[in-house]
Design a protein around this ligand. Structure first.
Ligand SMILES: [Zn+2]
Length: 98
């Protein structure tokens, strides 16, 4: 499965699941999931992949921690789906590299 498709499917499913856990309104859940899906490719847009193991500052543990902290800080709003999607992208890339 191409990497782009894997990120999109993973982020949509995890966004729907996590949105359902975090929020109890359908509009919040869908907003969270759509933003999570939209930000699924953000790290690769910011930092173009040069090879199969592309790892720069935007795919580092620092970026992972920063995006998770931003998600935790803004988790009261479904707009935090942007940070959650970024975090999931970096996690998925790290999982696929081992
Ligand atoms: Zn990536």
């Amino acid at each position: 499965m191409p990497r782009k498709t894997a990120h999109r499917i993973f982020n949509l499913l995890i966004g729907l699941f996590s949105g359902a856990v975090l929020y109890n309104q359908l509009t919040y859940i869908l907003t969270f999931a759509v933003l999570c899906l939209a930000s699924a490719r953000l790290p690769d847009i910011i930092e173009k992949p040069k090879n199969k193991y592309h790892r720069g500052i935007f795919h580092s543990y620092f970026a992972l921690a920063a995006s998770f902290l931003a998600f935790a800080f803004f988790s009261f709003t479904p707009l935090s789906g942007i940070f959650y999607g970024y975090c999931c992208h970096v996690l998925l890339d790290k999982a696929r590299s081992y």
